[in-house]
Write a protein that binds this ligand. Structure first.
Ligand SMILES: [Zn+2]
Length: 380
C-alpha cells in the first residue's frame, strides 16, 4: 500500500475551531508561543507558515504559496465548516485520540471532530484538570488523596488513555517512588489555601504533581491504558532544560515492571534521546508529532533522527494538531512524505526491501497504537 494511502491512527491531537476565523486567530496558531511575533513580523514567516501556504492552499482551491492575506480571505469565503471538512478528509486519518484537557479554548468535541474527519474519535483524559477541579470543590486537604484517586480512576476508566502535562509544571525529573500520604496532605493544604471561591486553581506543588503522576500510573495499570507525557517543545511556560525525556529514566525504571505503556509525545528537539529510551525500555513508545508541523520543510530530517534507533514496534504517529484543521492535514501530509523520504534513502543503499517498508509503515501508521490503546473499533 502506498504511504499516502495509509490510514493513520493519530494518537495525540486536539479539537479545532469550526467557525470562521479572523486573520489574527489563524496566525496565532502558526506558532506554539502565545506571545506575539517580533515587532512588525508575522508567524506566517516561519517553516510552518510556509508549509501551510505550500500544501494547504491547493486544498482550498488556491495556487500553492498564495499570500497569507489571500489564504485567510479564501478560508472565510469557503466557511469554517467546509475548510475543516476538506482539510480533515485530505489528512486521511481513520482514528483520532483527543486530549480534551484544554476546556478554556472552546474547541470542538472529539465526536464533532470525528464527524468532520469521517474518523472514529476517542478521548484521552488529562490528569491535571482532575486535580485542579478538586481544589475548587470545597473538600478538606485530608480528603484530597482519596478523592483524587476516585476522580482519576473514573476519568481513566472512561477514556482510552491518560495524559500528563507535568513537563509544563515541575518538569520531567519525577520522583520514582510514590510520595507519602502525609506529605501529600500537607502539600494539598498549602495549595488549597491559595484557592479563591469557585475559581480553578493551577496545580503548582511539586509533591502534588509527582503524586498525581503516580495516581495516574495506578489507574492506567488497573484499566490497561497508556499514560502519555508531554515531552520537548511546547509554549513559553515550559523550560526546555527540564523536559529532556532522559529525565524520566528513574520513573520509567520504576514503572516498567507494571507494564504500563508510557507514550512520549513530541520529543523535539530530543528525538534521539526519546529513541534511546524506546530502545531500552519495553513500555516506552515515542513520536515526533508537533515537531514535524513546526519544522515543516525539514520534517524528514527530524523523522530520520527518530528512526535511527527507535525499534519499529515502538514508534507512533501523532499530529498534535490544535485549533486549525490545517494542522491535522499537515501533520499527516508531512509524516507521510518524511517517511517516504526515509524509506527511499534506506532502499537506495540496499538497507530496506519493499515488503519490509510496507510492514513497518503499517506499524507506525497505527498498528503499534492499536496494540497499546484499548480501541473497541480496532482504530477503525
Ligand atoms: Zn497536544
Amino acid at each position: 500500500m502506498p504511504i499516502d494511502e495509509l490510514p493513520l491512527l493519530d494518537h495525540h491531537a486536539h479539537g479545532i475551531y469550526e467557525r470562521d476565523l479572523e486573520a489574527a486567530e489563524v496566525e496565532r496558531w502558526l506558532s506554539e508561543t502565545y506571545l506575539p511575533p517580533a515587532p512588525g513580523c508575522s508567524w506566517w514567516d516561519s517553516p510552518l507558515g510556509l508549509a501551510v501556504r505550500a500544501h494547504c492552499a491547493p486544498i482550498l482551491d488556491l495556487e500553492p504559496f498564495a499570500s497569507p492575506e489571500l489564504y485567510v480571505q479564501q478560508r472565510r469565503r469557503l466557511g469554517g465548516e467546509e475548510v475543516s471538512r476538506r482539510l480533515l478528509a485530505a489528512a486521511g486519518v481513520s482514528s483520532l485520540l483527543i486530549d480534551t484537557g484544554m476546556a478554556d479554548l472552546d474547541l470542538c468535541s472529539p465526536e464533532r471532530l470525528g464527524e468532520l474527519a469521517n474518523a472514529s474519535a476517542h478521548e484521552v483524559v488529562r490528569l491535571e484538570p482532575l486535580a485542579e477541579g478538586l481544589a475548587a470543590s470545597h473538600i478538606s486537604p485530608s480528603e484530597y488523596p482519596e478523592r483524587l484517586e476516585a476522580a482519576v480512576r473514573d476519568g481513566v476508566r472512561r477514556a482510552v488513555g491518560a495524559k500528563s502535562v507535568i513537563a509544563y509544571r515541575s518538569g520531567l525529573a519525577i520522583s520514582p517512588s510514590r510520595p507519602a500520604t502525609a506529605d501529600v496532605i500537607k502539600a494539598a493544604e498549602l495549595w488549597m489555601s491559595q484557592a479563591t471561591d469557585g475559581q480553578p486553581l493551577r496545580l503548582t506543588e511539586t509533591t502534588l504533581h509527582h503524586h498525581l503522576v503516580w495516581v495516574g500510573v495506578d489507574a492506567c495499570h488497573e484499566f490497561g491504558r497508556p499514560l502519555q507525557f508531554h515531552v520537548g517543545l511546547g509554549d513559553p511556560d515550559l523550560d526546555l532544560r527540564a523536559v529532556d525525556p532522559t529525565l524520566l529514566t528513574p520513573l520509567i525504571r520504576a514503572i516498567q515492571p507494571l507494564g504500563v505503556p508510557l507514550t512520549l509525545l513530541h520529543n523535539y528537539p530530543f528525538q534521539r534521546q526519546a529513541a534511546y529510551l524506546a530502545s531500552m525500555f519495553p513500555n516506552v513508545y515515542v513520536d515526533v508529532g508537533l515537531g514535524l508541523n513546526h519544522v515543516g520543510p525539514s520534517a524528514h530530517t527530524v523523522l530520520a533522527e527518530l528512526m535511527e534507533y527507535t525499534p519499529f514496534h515502538k514508534q507512533l504517529y501523532s499530529s498534535d494538531a490544535i485549533a486549525l484543521a490545517e494542522l491535522h492535514y499537515l501533520g499527516a501530509f508531512l509524516f507521510r512524505r518524511a517517511l517516504d523520504t526515509v524509506f527511499e534513502n534506506w532502499m537506495k543503499t540496499g538497507d530496506l526491501s519493499a515488503a519490509d517498508a510496507e510492514r513497518i509503515a503499517l506499524q507506525l501508521a497505527g498498528g503499534n497504537a492499536n496494540r497499546i490503546y484499548p480501541l473497541a473499533d480496532g482504530g477503525r
